[in-house]
Design a binder for this molecule. Structure first.
Ligand code: NAI
Length: 514
């Protein structure tokens, strides 16, 4: 078998004409393949093709493609039976998510299709290895995991089971690229790349919320505005549906024999039990019913800003905060810090009586004592301190409200909306990204996929602003290594253990690609 993309002249079979199958069929037809669409339900393939034709016509109406192209693409799709798939070079199944039914289907297909035909599955949670087991030629089975909606989402995960031939995975990878997608290789493992690496995005948000860090609207705003994510975790879970999101977490947790990092949230289970599934049921974390008012994120406007700030040591990646204060007309006096304040990001700003520092994963109250900062305020990690419109801030118990308000009012002058957080370890963004980086490092360490594949998968599969590896390169792996060590020490939980790969690389300053 050649490792090149499937030639556009070779027909493609798609089985299952539901949400995913219909989209995959359209993607293949748009790439020039004749597509044969099969569904067990009478009329389903016809309906899916009619809908695809209508959406192509609508695109032509908007001038996005010619009417002739739209008609030709629609004409390449036709309803079919399993027997019609004989001449296909690739068959992608997107039927019900049930291992026995999928295995049965592949068994039925084997004698129908030719020897060179690749059998691909769009499963999002089942083992590709298990699906191929017992077939005459398990080496031709691989995962070709599209994201919903398949026409718009730009990622395809290419999943190899234990027996998958490398050239089969390679051909799927190249074919996905020829179809205009970004492709990422992964071994068959619970959650593959995206659904595994993304778990802490939800899990740590639940932990922060249940520990009282802030209300969901504040956590969402911090993750969006400071973390640069298109949606906050709670609004995203409301969109996905808590039943679906909970089930994915539970399945990854079960499939990894109870790995604590994937432990589902009891608070989310309560929502599912109450039928508060999110947008689709009218209520989830937020209320979507008519007349409901969306809660605003908490902001502390502060009082009594200062006109002069002392910058001690280096703020590292947070240095643009100083530039923004200066642009706002605040006088910033830079002084050398004690020796330990010379390492990037261990410096601080003296704003009135308060010391403002970036979180290192320890709660402010503990750090205030350990590092002798009396009125300590910690700020959270941000994607870009030069542009972030918001900062998450936590005050040590030793720091009075007056000192805290002075910090907020002064930062407010430089354009930061200050969202107060309770004094939880690692605040919100640092904790969440540190755990994403940890998850990513473990996936690389365990040979599930490459560092590059993770960044591609997270950027194009779930629209993260940066992949975890890029985060670790921009911020410095040491920052995350320290945060993880502090989280582990704070909670004493297995969940926060540092990936061995981070331990190995973190202290040399080498990135994951080094
Ligand atoms: P769906 O329920 O919308 O569509 C499934 C279709 O398969 C239905 O039209 C059904 O009639 C047909 N079908 C069921 N058993 C069949 C059989 N034995 N032979 C032929 N047709 C059969 O499901 P959806 O959401 O399209 O999911 C399909 C697959 O894609 C599942 O494996 C799912 O895990 C996976 N997936 C789903 C995503 C999503 O967001 N919905 C995302 C990525 C993967």
């Amino acid at each position: 078998m050649s490792d090149r993309a499937l030639d556009a002249s070779v027909p493609v079979g798609v089985i299952g004409a539901g949400a995913m199958g219909a989209g995959i069929a359209l993607v293949a037809a748009q790439a020039g393949h004749a597509v044969r669409l099969v569904d067990a339900q009478a009329g389903a393939a016809e309906r899916a093709i009619a809908q695809a034709a209508a959406s192509l016509e609508a695109l032509a109406g908007k001038g996005r493609l010619s009417a002739a192209d739209a008609a030709a693409t629609a004409a390449r799709m036709r309803p079919a039976t399993l027997g019609d798939l004989a001449g296909c070079g690739l068959v992608i199944e997107a039927i019900v998510e049930d291992l026995d039914i999928k295995r049965g289907l592949l068994r039925e297909l084997e004698p129908i299709v030719g020897d060179g035909c690749i059998l691909a599955t769009n499963t999002s949670s089942l083992s590709v290895t298990a699906m191929a087991a017992g077939l005459k030629r398990p080496e031709r089975v691989a995962g070709m995991h599209f994201f919903n909606p398949a026409t718009r989402m730009r990622l395809v995960e290419v999943i190899s089971g234990l027996e998958t031939a490398p050239e089969v995975a390679q051909k799927i990878h190249r074919t996905a690229e020829a179809w205009g997608k970004h492709a990422a290789y992964a071994r068959s493992t619970p959650g593959f790349i995206v659904n595994r690496i993304a778990r802490p995005f939800y899990g740590e948000a639940w932990r922060a919320y249940t520990e009282g860090a802030a209300e969901p609207a504040t956590i969402d705003a911090i993750v969006r505005d400071c973390g640069g994510f298109p949606m906050g975790p709670f609004e995203l879970m409301d969109l996905i549906g808590h039943d679906v999101n909970f089930a994915v977490t539970q399945s990854v947790f079960d499939a990894t024999f109870g790995e604590r990092r994937y432990a589902p949230s009891l608070a989310q289970l309560e929502l599912v039990r109450a039928g508060r599934l999110g947008r689709k049921s009218g209520r989830g974390i937020y209320d979507y019913r008519d007349g409901a008012v969306r809660p605003s994120p908490a902001v502390e406007p502060g009082a009594e800003p200062v006109t002069r700030v002392i910058a001690v040591g280096s703020l590292g990646i947070a240095t643009p905060i100083i530039t923004r204060l200066e642009r706002a007309g605040i006088d910033v006096v830079r002084v050398q810090g004690p020796r330990e304040a010379q390492t990037p990001s261990s410096g601080w700003l003296e704003i009135g009586p308060a010391h403002l520092m970036m979180t290192d994963g320890r709660p402010a109250t503990r750090r205030a004592t350990e590092d002798a900062h009396e009125h300590l305020v910690l700020f959270d990690l941000a994607l870009d301190y030069a542009t972030t419109p918001r900062l998450g801030l936590a005050r040590a118990d030793q720091c009075g409200m007056g000192a805290f308000r002075t910090v907020c009012a002064t930062l407010g002058q430089a354009g930061f909306a200050c969202s107060p957080l309770d004094d939880v370890a690692g605040l919100v963004v640092l904790r969440l990204i540190a755990m994403l980086v940890n998850e990513a490092a473990d996936a690389v360490a365990h040979g599930i996929c490459s560092a590059d594949a993770i960044d591609v998968a997270m950027r194009f599969g779930v629209n993260y602003p940066r992949g975890p590896m890029e985060w670790s390169e921009q911020v410095g792996l040491r920052v995350f290594a320290r945060a993880l060590a502090n989280l582990r020490e704070h909670y004493g939980e297995e969940r926060y253990r540092t990936s061995a790969l981070i331990t190995r690389k973190g202290y040399t300053g080498a990135g994951f690609h080094g």
